[in-house]
Design a protein around this ligand. Structure first.
Ligand code: BGC
Ligand code: BGC
Length: 618
């Protein structure tokens, strides 16, 4: 039986011995044995040679298994053996899919269990485990939650993004996980889109420069350190350019424009040897990306020279033929388009059967399968998974560490964009501050979607510091803080800080076809505070610009805080002037929703606040 050992604690030679220890024999599979001394198990050999040796020993079914990514809940305890039986390539957690209890230690145990099951296979091929760690390791309770990408886009700071990637990778690796579905390098062109906050900004220049996140996550080289995890550039291609900002919609653009706006961040990620690229649910001029051979194979793999794994999105191949659930034709078309691994995510036996039939009939060429499996195994070898398959418990303590939280707080204060200030900011520490608004004291609301659950939720979803707690900690001397979420009782205070904005959302649930104004309950709170005559600082917590044109003249200051995450104290750092505001708008701020789509460089460009705008203190 193979015994768990941490990725780094066991000397290399001993690790090899442990790997070579006999595993329980597997009845399935062909005659070609995996001798204990097989070259692919020898870490001193070059990766290419190891991949070639391993592939020469694999049956067709074992190869096809590598091409499947399966959600963890599709492999409950008794089914974990399917990992070995089918030689499945990867397991994943969907948004909010976590072990019980949801602790870093339980994640590491769960990971090791899956890994042990996979290593029970005939050829002992380790499994990759993937998650959406898109603003920190956000499915794990207690993890550090960083601002969503739109806020990080406002920082314009490539080195900060690298450091955030590095910290996030340590938290991911501390739970055993090998791979994250991040960064989203989408260029959101219409803020009606519910995924706008996953975009670094409306101009490709920001996503290009912040692709340093890839290097942060992976390290200088994949597998170069214990905390190196695979990054995923997503979603290829044109996800942020759909007509009307409709999620999973159609991007109607000429090829030159598609390349100019949406391709550059992917080219940059490929230069950084990004581990994987995820294909977009959207279509380009009516053709679904999941079947787009020209863009996936010719452009991404050919022209850009991408060497990693092309991954489908969750059930993304299902609708290629227009009908729900994947058909044999869907499987064929997706794989032939150049998809290497399919996020099935549940019906893996059916997927493997259909893929096998496609290969048997000649509809899917054997070389296509070999190309896919070579890419997948190459990443596994590069990561060092064959030598260090188990969770590195020495990294587990970094999950939610003080050091990472300090970095997230820095990211928050760097992400804030000061849009208006009549001189009320910075606040005096001795001021009598009135705080209102439902977003003032709520870690869930300030973190947004993809936080513990897919859609996110209000409330104490995970440990963190609320914006209110940060303000309380900042006042001193004769200063005071009164908190009334509903905005009643502002009169008599020196200043009111009203924290309002959007509730949490993810993907299509966040698409907006309305006027993009404030929610009615927030407007009521603002009206109450306004009636008190106390100067008002509005802190807007949102994934995109909210239309505030008519209300703005009544406010003394407006700060766009985006979705800051767990470290709300970063807001007070700026409000009280410990740090000047430095964020610059990563998106154009419209006067009205009728202006959308509104992007820098448009003819007749006339936003309320232009792309790149951001005030600071004198
Ligand atoms: C999203 C991806 C995500 C995947 C896995 C899909 O619905 O589009 O961005 O990585 O789910 O959770
Ligand atoms: C999962 C997400 C996934 C989505 C796709 C949800 O149930 O949790 O990870 O992105 O489905 O629609």
């Amino acid at each position: 039986m193979i015994r768990p050992f941490p990725r780094s604690a066991v000397p290399r030679r001993l690790r090899l011995l442990l790997l070579l220890a006999p595993l329980h024999a597997c009845e399935r599979g062909p005659a070609v044995p995996a001798p204990a001394a097989a070259p692919y198990l020898d870490p001193s050999r070059p990766v290419d040679a190891r991949v070639a040796d391993l592939m020469s020993r694999m049956t067709l079914d074992e190869k096809l298994g590598q091409m499947a990514m399966v959600e963890r809940t599709a492999l409950p305890g008794d089914r974990a053996a399917d990992l070995a039986a089918h030689g499945l390539g990867a397991v994943m957690s969907g948004g909010g899919s976590a072990p019980e209890p949801n602790t870093a230690a339980a994640w590491a145990e769960m990971y090791d269990d899956f890994q042990r099951a996979a290593l029970g296979g005939r050829l002992r091929v380790p499994v990759l485990y993937a998650v959406d760690a898109i603003h920190g390791h956000n499915n794990v309770r207690g993890a550090t939650i960083f601002p969503h990408n739109v806020g990080l886009g406002a920082t314009r700071d490539p080195e900060l993004l690298r450091r955030i990637g590095e910290a996030t990778a340590a938290e991911i690796a501390g739970t055993g996980v090998d791979w994250t579905f991040a960064p989203c390098l989408c260029v959101a062109r219409n803020e009606r889109w519910g995924r706008s906050y996953e975009s670094f900004g409306e101009d490709p220049e920001i996503a290009v420069s912040l692709a340093t996140a890839v290097t942060g996550l992976q390290g200088a080289r994949i597998g170069g350190s214990a905390s190196s995890v695979l990054a995923t550039a997503k979603h290829f291609l044109g996800d942020g350019g759909t007509t009307g900002g409709v999620d999973q919609g159609d991007t109607r653009l000429g090829e030159a424009e598609l390349r100019r706006i949406h391709l550059p961040p992917f080219a940059e990620a490929v230069k950084r040897d990004v581990g994987a690229v995820m294909v977009s649910y959207s279509s380009w001029n009516g053709v679904p990306m999941h079947g787009h051979r020209y863009l996936v194979t010719d452009v991404l793999k050919g022209e850009l020279g991408f060497r990693g794994i092309v991954l489908s999105d969750w059930g993304g191949i299902d609708r290629l033929d227009g009908a729900p659930h994947f058909s044999a034709a869907d499987v064929r078309d997706a794989v032939n388009a150049g998809i290497d691994m399919v996020m099935v995510p549940v019906a893996y036996a059916d997927f493997l059967e259909k893929l096998r039939a496609g290969v048997d009939s000649g509809a899917v060429p054997q070389e296509r399968i070999d190309d896919a499996v070579r890419r997948i195994l190459t990443r596994k070898f590069q990561l060092g998974l064959f030598e260090r398959p188990f969770a590195d418990r020495s990294l587990t303590a970094t999950v939610g560490s003080a050091e990472h939280r300090a970095l997230a707080r820095e990211a928050v204060r760097r992400s804030l964009v000061l849009l208006r200030n009549d001189g009320v900011l910075p606040l005096r520490r001795t001021a009598r501050v009135f705080v209102a608004g439902r977003h003032a004291d709520d870690v869930g609301l300030q973190s947004g979607g993809w936080t513990l659950t897919w859609q996110g939720a209000a409330g104490d979803v995970t440990p963190g510091t609320t914006i209110l707690a940060g303000i309380r900690a900042a006042v001193e001397g004769g200063g005071s803080v009164t908190h009334a979420p509903d905005g009643r009782g502002a009169a008599g205070h020196d200043v009111a800080v009203v924290v309002v904005g959007e509730g949490p959302y993810a993907e299509y649930a966040g698409d907006r076809t309305d006027e993009l104004g404030l929610d009615p309950p927030d407007a009521v709170v603002l009206d109450r505070v306004r009636a008190s005559g106390v100067p008002t600082v509005v802190v807007l917590v949102s994934g995109r610009p909210v239309v505030v044109t008519d209300r703005l003249p009544a406010w003394s200051a407006l700060v766009a805080a985006w979705f800051p995450g767990t470290e709300g104290a970063g807001v007070a750092d700026v409000l009280f002037g410990d740090h000047p505001p430095r964020g610059k708008l990563p998106v154009s701020w419209p006067r009205s929703a009728a202006q959308l789509p509104l992007n820098v460089g448009d003819p007749g460009y006339d936003p309320l606040f232009p792309y790149g705008f951001g005030l600071t203190y004198p």
